[in-house]
Design a protein around this ligand. Structure first.
Ligand code: CA
Length: 233
């Protein structure tokens, strides 16, 4: 498998430095975009995901600390600040503002590359340590972003209504939800089909996620409604 290129955004108003770093990073195999002022940089940084941002502090228009502050509102992308020599105040402000690292200008390109590799490695580690995104009960897993539902490695094919109902139960795992609540929240208040629509869809779900895998996750609470649990009782 070809490793996807990691993308780096350079926000630096000194064109010679920006160009030099761009060439070096491109040579190292990174995909690079650059912005020559804070406003363009911020626009790029929030318009698409980058794997890392190199951010100069002294920028015309919007300075680096302010750009960082605004990036942090929407993204936890690793940011390495480029600071002037001995600008301790800038370093502190940058780190307080959520920068991951900083490097003092002028810098040796090898040092910058090493810091970039370290920041990217840290990001990958954090990502692999964090729990896989999504909701689960036992071996059933639902990913709200990709809308994939799996039991173990088996990918299931659910209709939108089935998916919504299952997601609702999983969000409320271990909590008994009444038929009326399910009907209101999944079908909407103006649905006039009666609460047995819920029972019908629970049957569909059971036929897809339980019966083929010999699981028992959705429990009927007689006279009340349904609950999903990790383990059969
Ligand atoms: Ca500058």
């Amino acid at each position: 498998m070809i490793k996807p290129m990691e993308s780096i955004l350079i926000i630096e108003d000194e064109e010679k430095i920006a160009r030099f770093v761009e060439l070096e990073l491109t040579y190292e195999g990174y995909e690079v975009e650059k912005a020559l002022n804070g406003r363009d940089g911020l626009e790029l940084a929030t318009a698409r995901p980058f794997d890392l941002v190199l951010l100069d502090i002294l920028l015309p228009g919007l300075n680096g600390i302010e750009v960082l502050r605004r990036i942090r509102k929407v993204s936890d992308v690793p940011v390495i600040m480029l600071t002037a020599r001995d600008a301790v105040v800038d370093k502190v402000a940058g780190l307080d503002g959520g920068a991951d690292d900083y490097i003092t200008k002028p810098f040796a390109i090898e040092e910058l590359l090493a810091r970039i590799r370290a920041a990217l490695r840290k990001k990958r580690e954090v990502r692999s340590e964090s729990q896989p995104s999504g909701l689960s009960a036992g071996s059933l897993h639902l990913d709200p972003e990709t809308r994939e539902v799996k039991v173990g490695d088996a990918l299931l094919d659910l209709t939108k209504r089935e998916f919504d109902l299952l997601q609702y139960l999983l969000v409320n795992k271990n909590i008994v939800i009444s038929r009326e609540t399910l009907l209101q929240d999944i079908w909407g208040y103006d649905f006039s089909g009666g609460t047995n629509a819920v029972d019908v869809y629970i049957r569909y779900l059971r036929a897809k996620i339980e019966e083929p895998f010999n699981l028992k996750l959705i429990h009927t609470i007689r006279g009340v409604g349904y609950v999903i649990k990790d383990e059969p009782v």
